[in-house]
Design a protein around this ligand. Structure first.
Ligand code: AMP
Ligand code: MG
Length: 408
């Protein structure tokens, strides 16, 4: 057999490098969205604070605003109560020496005041307020700009907009932002044995589950699923499905048909409609992974075994999506200790499904699920994380430190 004209049998790092380079050429276009649609997107241009946050000095507590220099050093001191200012007040009375104003949390500090004494530390008698010693100058005041100063870069390009980030936008009064367009993903499951849920199984048939899972993984990664199909192991049907999917999607994700079996037509078909960037990685599960491109769409040919499909999506497709979206946050694997010794029966790197538990000292321990078979959904469904058992090593002792693959 002639040697393939694409890289094959790649290690994890090399595979990610090829994907990063290709994905960088497939950065998604920038579009404007209003604040209501910003959640879940990735920022494409920096956002600066056009006003300070908080916008004005204001009270952090319910109490009495006064001049801190007049606080009694011992005993107590009486102040004239000249009015009140509530949150939302459009004006605040100026406060002179010996005077104070009742104030609520979030209300602007009246001119002349710099300190709030909390209600619990005073006694109010008619229009006099007796303040006890022990207060501090400047206490209970939130200074204008102490959170974000005017002109600060509040959010950098490449920042995923989760709840906290959209809160920052809203608090800064930003009504619209530039984001990367949502990735459009087409999902195609392949296999003659597949029948949809709700249909009786005939001899040799199984219910299709990868398309459902991969579409869900795509949505969880912030993509929109533009197509979800099942096609038979027929080169012509596959060819048509790939071409149709690629007209509309930034990324085509298929499952099945990438190994060396009689019905594994995908590599050849991909070569006829596009190009292969690599085929096969030194990994378990996921060894037959195929990565290429059809026109302007990137294509991941994930193996059909459900766990291999899930793991290769979580490791490789998500990595590609981050690069296409220009996400800049660090891709930082955490460390975890193995809760039990184990033996790997191969030299490839392995992504093991595991549950996590933190002990009394705050050390994180990974317990591998008993069902590690790449066709076994239970191991996926009952765990939360992927521990990476590195290439080469075969024997692992209890307490050995391995990597936890980042989940976002
Ligand atoms: P393949 O990669 O096509 O050789 O498939 C490997 C294994 O995964 C076989 O046992 C298939 O029946 C199974 N499989 C393939 N595609 C799916 C799917 N969409 N849903 C559930 N199982 C699948
Ligand atoms: Mg198949």
């Amino acid at each position: 057999m002639p040697a393939p004209d694409h890289p094959t049998w790649l290690g994890l790092e090399d595979a990610l490098q090829v994907i990063a380079a290709r994905a960088a050429q497939h950065r998604l276009p920038i579009q404007a969205v209003d604040l209501a649609h910003a959640h879940g997107r990735v920022l494409a241009a920096e956002v600066r604070a056009s006003h300070p946050l908080p916008p004005f000095d204001n009270s952090a507590m319910d109490g009495f605003a006064l001049r801190g220099s007049e606080l009694p050093a011992e005993g107590e001191r009486s102040f004239a109560l000249i009015g009140e200012v509530l949150a939302g007040a459009t004006a605040a009375p100026p406060v002179a020496a010996g005077q104070c104003v009742r104030i609520t949390t979030g209300a602007p500090m009246p001119p002349g005041t710099d300190t709030v004494v909390i209600k619990e530390n005073v006694a109010v008698e008619a229009n006099r307020v007796l303040v006890k010693a022990g207060g501090m100058v400047g206490a209970n005041v939130r200074a204008a700009g102490e959170d974000y100063a005017q002109g600060d870069i509040a959010l950098a390009p490449g920042t995923p907009l989760h709840a906290a980030q959209v809160a920052v936008l809203a608090a800064l009064g930003v009504a619209g932002v530039s984001v990367r367009r949502q990735p459009r993903i087409a999902v195609i499951a392949t296999g003659n044995e597949l029948v949809p849920a709700g249909q009786e199984l005939g001899f040799g048939q199984i219910h299709e589950s990868n398309a459902t899972m991969l579409a869900a993984l795509a949505r969880e990664a912030g993509a929109s699923v533009v197509a979800q199909d099942v096609v038979r192991d027929d080169p012509e049907a596959l060819r048509r499905a790939l071409l149709a999917a690629a007209t509309d999607a930034d990324l085509v994700v298929t499952s099945g048909g990438v190994s060396a079996g009689e019905a594994d037509h995908l590599p050849k078909v991909l070569q006829s409609v596009g190009e292969i960037h690599f085929h096969k990685v030194r990994l378990k599960p996921g060894m037959p992974l195929l990565f290429g491109q059809i026109g302007a769409s990137l294509h991941f040919g994930l193996p059909g075994n459900p766990v291999a499909s899930a793991v290769t999506f979580r490791v490789f497709v998500r990595f590609a999506l981050r690069a296409m979206l220009g996400v800049t946050s660090e891709f930082q694997p955490r460390r975890v200790r193995l809760a039990a010794s184990l033996r790997k029966h191969h030299a490839r790197a392995e992504f093991a499904r595991c549950s996590l538990r933190s002990d009394g000292e705050g050390v994180l321990w990974a317990t591998l699920h008993a069902k590690q078979g790449s066709g076994m959904l239970r191991g996926l469904a009952e765990t939360e994380a992927l521990a990476l058992l590195p290439e080469g090593a075969r024997e692992f002792a209890e307490g050995d430190v391995v990597m936890l693959w980042p989940e976002s």
